[in-house]
Ligand binder design. Sequence first.
Ligand code: FES
Length: 118
Amino acid sequence: MAVPILRVGELAPGHTKKFLLDCDGREIECFVLNVGGALHAFVNRCRHVPMGLDWVENQFFTEDGQFIQCATHGAYYVPDTGECIAGPPCGKSLVRVPIRIEDGVILGDCPGALPDDA
Ligand code: FES
C-alpha cells in the first residue's frame, strides 16, 4: 500500500528524509532525496552489507552533496540513479522505491522483490 512521504515542495534540494514502508508485513526503511529539484527514493540498505547507509541519522549526502555515501565502508552512490561508482559494491545499485504525486502529496510504494543481498 502506498505511504505518504511528504508534501510537494517540502524537501529542498540537497536534503533527504527517511520513511518506512510496510511490504508484505515486512518493515522496510527507505529515504527520499531531492537532487537538484528532482525527487528520488531508495531502500536504505547498502548493496555491500545489507545495513543502513546513514550512520548519523538522515545523513546520506557527501559533504559536497555530489554523492550518497555509505557510512560503514564509504561506498559512493550516484544520487539520481542509485548506482555505486566507488567502494565494495561498485556496479551494483540501490533498490529504487517508486514514488508518485497525488493531490500534492508524494507517495511511496513497495519496491517489489528485494535482491537477496539487500
Ligand atoms: S556496508 Fe556500505 S560499503 Fe560496506
